[in-house]
Write a protein that binds this ligand. Sequence first.
Ligand code: IPE
Ligand code: IPE
Ligand code: MG
Length: 237
Amino acid sequence: MEAVDYSKLKIPTHVGIIVDGNGRWAKERGLSRLKGHDAGFDNLRELVKYIHKRGVKYLSLYVFSTENFKRPKEEVDHLMDLFVIMYKRYRDDFAKNNIKVVFSGRDEPLPKKVIKARDELVELTKNNTGGTVNFCMNYGGRAEILDAIKKIAKSGVDVDSLTEEDIRKYLYQDLPDVDLMIRTSGELRLSNFLLWQNSYAEFYFPKTKFPDFHEADFDQALIEYTSRDRRFGNVKK
Ligand code: IPE
Ligand code: IPE
Ligand code: MG
C-alpha cells in the first residue's frame, strides 16, 4: 500500500460504522462465532482511538441492532457480557483522549448490568470535549423515528411549525448528519442504521470483515471519501 499524504485528506465530521462480519471471520478460521465477536471488539478499541486521532469529531458505532435479539441466546448473552467488559475497558482510553460517550437505542430488553456499565461510562465522560463516540446498542432506525414521533406528539408542540432541524432534537442524540458510512464484510445494506442521519452520507462497503479492519483500511476509506463529489442536490461547482 502506498504512503498516505494526510494533509490531502478530507476528514468527515461524522463517521458511522456498521461493525459486521465477526461471525464469518470466525467461521473462516474454524472458530465459534463468539470468538469472532471477541476479536471484533478487541479491534474496535484500537480503531476508535485511531479514528479520533485522525480528527473525526463524531463516530457512531452500530454494535447491536434491535433485530439482533433474534439470535441464539448463547450469542446474545455473550455479546451482552462483552459490552459490560468493553465499556469498563474503554474508560481509560476515553479519559485520556477527552472523548465523550453517548448511546442510542432502547433500554428494553437490555440486561441491567449492561445499562449500568453504559450509564457509568456516560457519566464519567459527560464533560469531555475532544470528540463524541455514539454507541448504537439495541438500536433501530425505525424505532428511533417512532420514538421521536411519540415524544413530539406528547410535547404539545405546534406541529405546523416543525422543521427538520427540530426533528433532530427529538432523536436519541442530537448529532450532525453522517458524512461517511462504512459497513465492513461486503454486505450492501443499512440494516436499519441511522435512517434519518444517513440521508446524505457517502457509503463505503469494504469486503474486509470487521476483526481485520484496521488503521490502514480506515485510511483507504478516507481516501475514497476525499475523492467523492458531494453535491447535495446542487450542480457541480
Ligand atoms: C456483527 O457481526 C456484530 C454484531 C451484530 C454485534 P455479525 O455477527 O453480524 O457477523 P456475520 O455477519 O454473521 O459474519
Ligand atoms: C447489523 O448487522 C447490526 C450490527 C452490525 C450491529 P447484522 O449482521 O445484524 O445485519 P443483517 O442481518 O446482515 O442485515
Ligand atoms: Mg452480520
